[in-house]
Design a protein around this ligand. Structure first.
Ligand code: GLC
Ligand code: CA
Length: 553
């Protein structure tokens, strides 16, 4: 965990089920990934993060693991994975895996055995008696189901699951569990993997007494298991015993975390993790979660971006993203489907030129968008079903469906649009999940040929940022923070400055070059329109969703 290679690369997240079907059964797989490694190389990608591809009953599509040491037959086997790994490495692409250790599937062998009170695996999980007969051991709620506890009639004890009933929380206080985690890490690192994205890692340490949530704290997202009492101790143990012995890196998923708290994980001489994924910037059009929608608010987005940039500057390294497998497509949220190409490109500029390591989620580079299905039965996301089961009882069906259509994670999980051919070129068979109907106009093959496409613009931005010292090292400063439609920031490094101007509206906005930025000395480096902007002396008028980047010497 000593070298800095992760700072110079752009990562690409593959959600294997929807990336590319290589063996014709309608399900994405590692054969498909192998075929498409050159596509990623051409995009300028320097690292892949694989969402889970391990055996899983798929209650939460791979985030419920039943065996940590192999590949689900749906996606291939260890042999094809090793081929993917070798070929990626020969293209100078690093590979990191999803490490899901907060919970296992209820079909994992440890959990099967732990259902027996006398099993040595009993203490791998949280088994507790109810407060009273018929009552859960505490009042914790679950993200994906009704309550966080499920009663096992065999022993009349409840087990803890913060997510789906089939995702059982591991008891990290048990040293045997931590040894198993280390074994898993070593297994994949020894195979040549370059690190891990660590799933809900800030939840792995629960307080011993499992105290009840305090209502007013819980509504703000403050939970006793979030950054729990022994979290740093455990992460240090993983680092010292395993990670330090490899040239690898880690990025932890940290729901709700503030930058100040994040620093306790990612700064100092021997940090727990190299980077964390924060969530604040994903809340610019909702209240905490996409399921409570609000109008898009650029100031909220800018505040979140700038807060992280400032807090971590010189102390730690940011992980930059606008999409992953847990959020609807960003173009449909913060951009505009009407100005598809313009806003898709502008969004790329808005986050990728900040300081940190950018992540691109599959299809984001094509400008893939949300798409609505009519009936709840067509959705696969367990969160959508949980929300439906609870909300449709008390609210009109139409309203509930419209919220689900906008918020569900399935929006970004439709098959990747490779071409205008049948099934979007994703598979020869009918895909496991419907393809977005807009694939005839939004797809990789056509965008590859069109020099003006979103895809080709991503290639440009990635190439630019990978070669730019200013983007890698420069200080970040936001300008015009109160502007409701323009996001403007500068990056400064060794006497050179980049000025980044992004418009988040179709309206024309008058932009005045601030003091110290002489427009006659501005060298344009990126723009999402073919022609130069409409400039006039010290000011310019932005076009819909325009992105402009200038360099000043
Ligand atoms: C993380 C994953 C998400 C999953 C959850 C439970 O948030 O990104 O997809 O559902 O953890 O594992
Ligand atoms: Ca397949």
């Amino acid at each position: 965990m000593n070298s800095d290679w992760y700072k110079d690369r752009v990562f690409y997240q593959i959600w294997p089920r929807s990336f590319k079907d290589g063996n014709g059964d309608g399900i994405g797989d590692l054969y498909g990934v192998y075929e498409k490694l050159d596509y990623l190389k051409e995009l300028g990608i320097g690292g892949i993060w694989f969402s889970p591809f391990y055996p899983s009953p798929n209650a939460d599509y791979g985030y419920d693991i039943s065996d940590y040491y192999s590949i689900s037959p749906e996606y291939g086997d260890l042999e094809i994975f090793k081929k993917v790994l070798d070929r990626a490495h020969s293209l100078d692409i690093k590979v990191i895996l999803d490490l899901v250790i907060n919970h296992t599937s209820d079909e994992h062998e440890w959990f099967r055995q732990s259902r027996d009170k006398d099993s040595p695996f009993r203490d791998f999980y949280f088994w507790r008696k109810g407060k009273k007969p018929g009552k859960a051991p505490n009042n914790w709620s679950s993200f994906f189901s009704k309550g966080a506890w499920t009663l096992d009639p065999k022993t009349m004890e409840h087990y803890l699951h913060l997510h789906h009933v089939k995702q059982v929380d591991l008891n990290m206080d048990n040293p045997a569990v931590r040894e198993e985690v280390k074994k898993i890490m070593r297994f994949w690192l020894d195979m040549g993997v370059d690190g891990f994205r660590e799933d809900v890692i800030t939840y792995i340490s629960k307080p011993k007494t499992l105290p009840d949530d305090v209502f007013f704290q819980a509504v703000k997202g403050l939970r006793f298991y979030d950054c729990g009492p022994r979290i740093h101790e455990y992460l240090q143990e993983f680092r010292t015993d395993v990670l330090d012995k490899y040239d690898c890196f880690t990025v932890g998923e940290a729901p709700m975390i503030t930058p100040e708290k994040a620093l306790t994980f990612v700064s100092g001489p021997h940090p727990d993790l190299n980077m964390v994924f924060g969530f604040r910037h994903m809340e610019a059009d909702c209240l905490l979660k996409e399921y409570i929608p609000l109008p898009f608010n650029l100031r909220k987005l800018k505040r979140a971006f700038t807060h992280w940039q400032k807090a971590l500057n010189g102390r730690a390294w940011n992980a930059l993203y606008l999409e992953n497998h847990d959020h609807p497509r960003v173009l449909s949220r913060y951009g505009s489907e009407k100005y598809h190409d313009e806003s898709g490109k502008m969004l790329a500029v808005s986050y990728m030129l900040q300081k940190g390591t950018p992540f691109v989620f599959q299809g984001q580079e094509l400008g893939m968008t949300n798409f609505a299905l009519k009936d709840i039965s067509q959705y696969k996301d367990c969160v959508a079903h949980n929300v439906y089961a609870r909300a449709a009882k008390i609210l009109p069906e139409k309203l509930v469906m419209s919220v689900i259509q906008r918020a569900t994670r399935d929006n970004c999980r439709s098959p990747l649009q490779w071409s205008g051919a049948a099934n979007a070129g994703f598979s020869e068979a009918e895909p496991w999940f419907p393809v977005n109907k807009n694939y005839p106009s939004i797809n990789a093959e056509d965008e590859d040929r069109d020099s003006d496409s979103v895809l080709n613009f991503y290639r440009k931005v990635i190439a630019f940022r990978t070669q730019s010292d200013i983007v890698r090292n420069g200080d970040y400063k936001e300008l015009m923070p109160m502007h409701p439609h323009l996001y403007v920031y500068e990056r400064r490094w060794q006497g050179q400055t980049l000025l980044v101007i992004c418009s988040f509206t179709e309206k024309a906005c008058r932009f005045r070059f601030p003091k110290g930025f002489d427009p006659s000395k501005a060298q344009p480096v990126l723009c999402n329109y073919k022609n130069a902007p409409q400039a006039d002396g010290r000011t310019l008028l932005t076009r819909p969703y325009e992105a402009l980047v200038y360099k000043f010497y």
